[in-house]
Design a protein around this ligand. Sequence first.
Ligand code: GAR
Length: 190
Amino acid sequence: MNIAIFASGGGSNADTIIQHFKHIKNISVRLVVTNNPKAGVLRVADFHQVPFEIITKSMLYDSSDVLSLMKQYEIDFIALAGFLWWVPDNILNEYQGSIVNIHPSLLPKYGGKGMYGHHIHEAVHRSKDTYTGLTIHHVTEEYDAGQIIVQVKCPVYASDTPQDIGRRVLAFEHAVYPRTIQFLIEDRNP
Ligand code: GAR
């Protein structure tokens, strides 16, 4: 089984996913896809010698080029990890149930367009919430609205800065996302 990771940023989740599947029989990360030629995730892919592809908006939205890439690399499962563009129907239809996203809040709180990365942790901090967390969910056309698979709750302490909150949530993401992807793939392909 081959996984593609779609990411737009630093790629710390991509790093932990790639590392995790190095030790798992029959499942591997085959491809990293990014929309951002300067994304740190490219260094991660390079370091682990995973092929990568840089895509443009027109490749994703005006053609079937990205779907063709998925076929070319024989991708069975797509994990979004900090990927900031919405995913069009042609890909969603082909990968129904096999395309998931991780979001650094307890959805439906702090979800939707514009709610990503530090914006979320700043909003949690402003609201003086005592809990936050992460959500792994199926991907649909609407941002952060697909069926929830896993949520992990973690505390926010009164002394936390937004950066502290972000660090804690990200650490939980790294602990949970690779195992959840493995579980989903094995669950659907017993
Ligand atoms: C992660 O916290 C991920 O949950 C978040 O972006 C970060 C990417 O970090 N995703 C979203 O906010 C999606 N709405 P990384 O590039 O270090 O993996």
